[in-house]
Structure formats: C-alpha cells, structure tokens
Design a protein around this ligand. Sequence first.
Ligand code: S3P
Length: 174
Amino acid sequence: MSNDGARRHLVLVGLMGAGKTTVGAACATRLARPFVDTDDVVEANTGMTVAELFAHEGEARFRELERQAVVDACATPAPAVIACGGGAVVDADNRRRLHRAGFVVWLQAAPATLMARVKTGSGRPLLEGRGTATLERLAVVRAAAYEATADALVDTDGRTVHEVVDAVLEAYRQ
Ligand code: S3P
C-alpha cells in the first residue's frame, strides 16, 4: 500500500547554503531515522557528481534525474529525513510529491549568509564563480515555490546548527 498520504517524512527545502544537509543529518540522528539527500541519490543513481552532470549532460538532464531522486527519496520505506537540492521545488510534480509525503520545512537565510556558508560555491554549478547576486536572484525567483511546498519556515540566520535543529523538530512535532 502506498503510504504517500501519511506525510511521514520530514523534508527540508531551501536555497543552497540554507543548511539542509547539515541540519537534516542532525535531525535524522535525533529522530533515529534514515537521512536521504536528493543530490546523493542522483549521484548514486548515475555514478556522477552533480557538477559532472551539469557539465556533461546539462541542467535539464540533472532536473530529470532530480525528479527521479525525489520519487526514490519519498519511497523510502521507513519514515526518513529528506534534504532536497535547492532547485527541486521549482518542479510542480516535486512540490506535490514532497508536500504529500512529508512535513516540509523551509530553511531560510539572507543571501549574504548563504554565500558565506557556500564559500566559493565549489561543487554547486549554479554558484561557481558567481556572487551573492545570484543567490539574491534565486531567492526572489524561487520564493513562491518554497512557500507553496512548505508547512513551516525556520529562519537560520544567526542561529547555530543545534538551535536550527531544535526549531525544525519543534515545528515538526506540533
Ligand atoms: C541546486 C542546488 C544544489 C544541487 C544543484 C542545484 C539548485 O543542492 O542540487 O547544484 O538549483 O539550487 P544544494 O541546495 O544541496 O546545494
């Protein structure tokens, strides 16, 4: 039986540098659940890194693979913590699937904070060699998609990982 309707997963969305992977892994430890990162699923499914996929097959192909990774992540049999690549919510199917399968938390931070966290953007093809302006633009372009997917919003600016994890778990348990 599909358990999609049970909204059993905890799902983290947000821009690059929002802390989805770090916070997600820590939440998974606290909840004693598996942790699934959609970028890792794409890489495991293809044997290529995200950067290699963008470089050799292009962003459109990466997005197709990401859509499959979202399907795979949501199909994790045990309740899991899922960190989504920052652009996954741009796709309407992904938005619906994630919202149905989990409680979705949008991790937010100011573009300057995001930029400080991702440093040079290494391994993130949309950021490499670009500056905070790119994140500012993505924040504007994607805001509606994050908002449409999320059940709760957690501001990560000026907070430690521990504090963010507490805030995410509090939202999730309510
Ligand atoms: C992307 C975010 C990245 C990765 C890819 C594209 C995006 O994941 O999926 O580089 O479009 O925002 P993180 O948000 O985990 O860095």
